[in-house]
Design a binder for this molecule. Structure first.
Ligand code: C5P
Length: 409
């Protein structure tokens, strides 16, 4: 049997009132064919007993680092190697702090350090705790290290208050970890622009930019994984084309514009990740330009703004733009969101140490009317998954507004 049919999941349960939901989570994971081994922290046992989780997991639950009986069977290093996925749900503020600092003071944190398997955490705590800068700093550290964050959700809390900090529902944890059976963007058509454009000076020379196409391709791939039918209009890149429904190669901004306008009609979502040249030479030379003169002047004309044009359509699809900035990131990105009438914008620094053009990593600030989300430096693939997660949420609000005319969210 393949690993994907029977993924091996090491589930860590830490001390939170939501620990009781671990029982349902184990049940749902096993319904999907997963093998589940459970490790509980000392604080988790104050909320639910190991025996209860053992009954649903069908395996002994491990709690102690120095456990002679367990070390004689599957020792902690073997357990760390056994896992295909490490999942910690619920992850308390205390556990998140211990993970962020690389501690190994109990079995669960030791296993995390001893395992090469990807780690996903589903935090659960009071909303004040969740928004505390110390917790957010620890979360950012973990995200930057490649940890996958599942939730938390907003809503009523056990303490009687309301806000962000609720454990993501077990079914959604399973979907995000093992892939969704009802993929959130299934049936949605998405058009993505990616890569640079090239503006001809003469038959052999062009004006270009440093865009590699990596971010756009990664978003296209993540949209496909979320169930969308994706078409990519791509400028020239050195990358393997993404595995999407169709890739249309173009070179110039005018070609990109024409390809987008031809296919935008039935699209639900438009993602403009291309670095489109704002200007093109007014009259490219039909022959190779010779070096007869000391200097020569180039007259440039504006290219159409593809994204702004798509956003101004009636009806317009959900539009996501990118803003590459070298200063005043948030202010410039908000201005662009407003000026181009976008639903969402992903802003990043370019030219500095924070990733951006022609890099494998990127740090981004996602903005929409009335909200924002910061993605610290992480791989473009992971950033793409997080962007698609936010697109899914914002797109749901967008369609709700269209259907019911409710106020913007
Ligand atoms: O205004 P600025 O070029 O900074 O905006 C960047 C965003 O607009 C990106 O999403 C880019 O793909 C899109 N854009 C476009 N057509 C242009 C210029 C930018 O679609 N001509």
């Amino acid at each position: 049997m393949s690993q994907t049919q029977h993924p091996r999941i090491l589930l860590g349960v830490s001390g939170s009132i939501a620990a009781y939901k671990a029982a349902e989570l184990i049940r749902r994971l096993r319904e999907r064919g997963a093998e589940v081994q459970v490790v509980m922290t000392a604080h988790a046992q104050a909320f639910i007993t190991p025996l209860s989780l053992q009954a649903v997991a069908g395996q002994p639950v491990r709690c102690e680092l120095f456990d002679r009986a367990a070390e004689a069977g599957m020792g902690h290093i073997e357990l760390a190697r056994w896992a295909d996925h490490l999942l910690i749900a619920p992850a308390s503020a205390n556990l998140i702090a211990r993970l962020a600092h690389g501690m190994a003071d109990d079995l669960l944190t030791t296993l995390v350090l001893a395992s090469a398997a990807p780690l996903a955490i589903a935090p659960a705590m009071n909303h004040q705790m969740w928004s505390h800068p110390a917790v957010q700093e620890n979360i950012n550290r973990l995200l930057a290290r490649g940890v996958h964050l599942l939730g938390p959700e907003s809503g009523d809390q056990a303490c009687g208050e309301s806000g962000a900090g609720r454990l993501l529902e077990p079914q959604r944890i399973v979907e995000q970890l093992l892939g969704s059976e009802h993929r959130p963007l299934a049936g949605r058509r998405v058009l993505v622009t990616a890569g640079p454009t090239r503006e001809a000076l003469d038959p052999v020379r062009f004006l270009g930019n440093r865009s590699s196409g990596k971010m756009g391709y990664a978003v296209a791939q993540a949209l496909t994984a979320a169930g969308a039918q994706v078409m990519v209009v791509s400028g020239p890149t050195a990358l393997t084309p993404p595995a999407v429904e169709r890739v249309i190669p173009v070179e110039t901004a005018l070609e990109m514009h024409a390809a987008v306008m031809e296919h935008i009609d039935h699209c639900d979502i438009f993602v403009a990740a291309a670095a489109v040249a704002d200007y093109r030479p007014q009259a490219p030379s039909p022959e190779k330009i010779k070096k007869h003169h000391h200097e020569f002047q180039l007259r440039m004309v504006r290219n159409p703004d593809i994204l702004a044009e798509v956003a101004a359509r009636h009806p317009a699809p959900f539009t996501l733009g990118f803003a590459a900035e070298t200063e005043a990131l948030e202010a410039h990105a908000r201005e662009k969101l407003q000026a181009k009438g976008l639903d969402m914008i992903a802003a990043n620094w370019v030219g500095g140490a924070q990733g951006g053009f022609d890099r494998d990593e990127n740090a981004l600030l996602l903005l929409w009317r009335g909200g924002q989300r910061e993605l610290p430096l992480m791989s473009k693939r992971q950033a793409a998954r997080e962007i698609v997660h936010t697109i899914t949420e914002r797109y749901a609000a967008f369609t709700a507004r269209q259907n019911f005319g409710s106020p913007p969210g």
